[in-house]
Design a protein around this ligand. Structure first.
Ligand code: HEM
Length: 407
C-alpha cells in the first residue's frame, strides 16, 4: 500500500491520511497537462476549472450516453439528456418538482423506507446476499416510483432493465454478431415496453398522477417517446445509484472507523461522508460534449481554442482529485476535508455541472443513505466476497458485481 505522510495537506488537515480508505478502482495517473488534443481530434480536459467552464458553456451539446447512435434530428421530442437550449431549460423547469428535497421527504421517503426494510429483512433471513442485486432492486424501485412505472404485468423489472443495460451500445455494422446484439437489444427493449411501460401509460391515461409519465402525457408525448424518456431516466438514475450504493458499502465494510462514524453520525454528516466517497469514486468517469461553436479556454497564461465540431472528453476523475481544490491524499476518503474555491459542492463533479447537472442528486444520496445507514448498523455484517470490477459502456464508469455480504 502507498505510504502517505500524515498531515501534509495544503489545507492543514490534521488527519493521518495513510489510515483513510483509498480509491478501490484502478485509474491511470492524472496527466500532467491540463488539456490535450489526441490524434483523432478529441480534446481531453483534466483540470477542474476548465472542465467546469466547458460544462457551464452554452457552446456545447451532449457527446456521450449513446448520442452518436441516436438520430435526434428525426425525434419530435428529444430526451432531456440530449436536449439543449430553451427546450432543455423548459424540460428541466417543468420536471424539477419531482426531485426537490420536499418532494423526496413527503412523497418518496416512506416508499423507500418500506423497500429498504423489505430488502434488509430478506438479507437477515438468508444471512447472505449479493449487494449488487440489493442495490439494483432499490435503485430501480425508487426511479420507477419517480417516473411512474407502477403497473408492470410481472415482477422482475430490475432484471429486465439490467439485461437491457448490459447489452453493448454499438453502431450497426454487417458483422453477424453485431446484428444479433442489436436484435437482442430490440427484444429486451420490447419486453420492457410491453411488460412495464405500456401498462403504466394506460393506467396514467385513465388516472393521471403527479409523476413523470403523466407530465409527459400532458406534453403530448406518444408511447414511443415516453419509452425513450423512461429509458433515459432508467439509465441516468438506476445504473448510477446502484453502483454507488455498492461502492460506498465497500468502503465502509473495509474501514470499521469510517463505518462507525457513518452509522453514528446525524443525517447531514452521513450525507457529507457519502459525498466524499462519491468524489473519490465518481460513477460517471468522464462526460462528453461536442463544441457547437469555437470555445476559448485560458490556463496558465495561455489561450487555447477548441474548434467547432470537436469532441471534448471531460475527465471527472482528474477534476475530482485536483490537489489545489481538495488538498492532499485526494484519492482517499477524508470526510470534512476543506474544499478550496467558491461554491464547489463536496462531491465536486460527480453529479456533473451546468445545465445538465444531475437532477436526481438529492434522491440518489437520500436513498443510498436510507439503505446504508440501516445495513451498515447490522451486527456482524461483513464481506464474504469482494465485488468484481468492470467498466460500463453507457456510464463510462465502474460496475461492481457479485459483491457477497454476510452476517
Ligand atoms: C449516485 C447516483 C447518480 C450519479 C453519480 C449521477 C450522475 C449524473 C451525471 C454526472 C449527470 C450529468 C450528465 C451530463 O452532463 O452529460 C447526470 C444527469 C442526469 N441524471 Fe443523474 N446521477 C445519479 C442519480 C440519478 C437519479 C437517482 C436520477 C433520477 C431518478 C437521475 C437522473 C438524471 C437525469 C434525468 C439526468 C439528465 C439531466 C439533463 O441532461 O439535464 N440521476 N447524472
Amino acid at each position: 500500500m502507498e505510504t502517505i505522510t500524515p498531515s501534509t495537506s495544503a489545507t492543514g488537515c490534521p488527519i493521518d491520511h495513510s489510515q483513510l480508505s483509498a480509491r478501490k478502482v484502478d485509474r491511470p495517473p492524472v496527466p500532467t497537462l491540463p488539456l490535450e488534443c489526441d490524434d483523432h481530434g478529441v480534446w481531453h480536459i483534466h483540470r477542474f476549472d476548465l472542465v467546469r467552464k466547458v460544462l457551464r458553456s452554452t457552446q456545447t451539446r451532449q457527446g456521450g450516453f449513446g448520442v452518436e447512435y441516436t438520430n435526434t434530428a428525426v425525434m419530435a421530442k428529444i430526451p432531456v439528456l440530449y436536449a439543449e437550449g430553451t427546450t432543455h431549460t423548459e424540460q428541466r423547469k417543468s420536471t424539477a418538482r419531482f426531485f426537490t428535497p420536499t418532494t423526496v421527504s413527503t412523497r418518496y421517503r416512506q416508499f423507500i423506507d418500506a423497500q429498504v426494510d423489505h430488502l434488509i429483512a430478506d438479507f437477515k433471513a438468508k444471512r447472505r446476499a449479493d449487494l449488487s442485486e440489493i442495490s439494483l432492486a432499490l435503485a430501480v424501485q425508487t426511479a420507477a416510483r419517480i417516473v411512474g412505472l407502477n403497473r408492470s404485468l410481472f415482477n422482475g423489472m430490475d432484471q429486465r432493465l439490467d439485461s437491457f443495460f448490459t447489452m453493448q451500445m454499438r453502431p450497426a455494422s454487417d458483422s453477424p454478431w453485431q446484428k444479433l446484439a442489436i436484435l437482442l437489444n430490440i427484444r429486451v427493449m420490447l419486453a420492457f415496453f410491453l411488460v412495464d411501460v405500456r401498462p403504466s401509460i394506460a393506467e396514467h391515461r385513465k388516472h393521471p398522477q403527479d409523476d413523470l409519465i403523466s407530465h409527459l402525457l400532458n406534453q403530448g408525448y406518444n408511447d414511443r417517446e415516453i419509452l425513450t424518456e423512461v429509458v433515459t431516466y432508467a439509465a441516468a438514475g438506476m445504473v448510477t445509484t446502484r453502483e454507488f450504493i455498492s461502492m460506498a458499502a465497500w468502503h465502509f465494510l473495509e474501514h470499521p472507523d469510517l463505518r462507525n462514524r457513518y452509522v453514528n453520525a446525524p443525517e447531514e454528516e452521513r450525507q457529507e461522508i457519502l459525498h466524499e466517497i462519491l468524489r473519490v469514486e465518481p460513477i460517471v468517469g468522464s462526460i462528453q460534449r461536442y463544441a457547437t461553436e469555437p470555445i476559448a479556454l485560458d490556463y496558465d497564461g495561455q489561450q487555447v481554442q477548441i474548434p467547432q465540431g470537436a469532441k471534448i472528453d471531460l475527465d471527472i476523475y482528474a477534476s475530482n482529485t485536483e490537489h489545489t481544490v481538495v488538498g492532499d491524499a485526494a484519492d482517499r476518503v477524508c470526510p470534512g476535508r476543506e474544499i478550496q474555491g467558491d461554491q464547489i459542492p463536496s462531491m465536486l463533479m460527480s453529479f456533473g455541472d451546468g445545465a445538465h447537472r444531475c437532477p436526481g442528486a438529492y434522491v440518489a444520496i437520500q436513498e443510498t443513505d436510507m439503505l446504508l445507514s440501516k445495513l451498515m448498523a447490522l451486527d456482524g455484517i461483513h464481506i464474504a466476497q469482494k465485488p468484481t470490477i468492470s467498466w460500463g459502456d453507457l456510464s463510462t464508469g465502474y460496475e461492481l458485481r457479485n459483491f457477497i455480504i454476510a452476517l
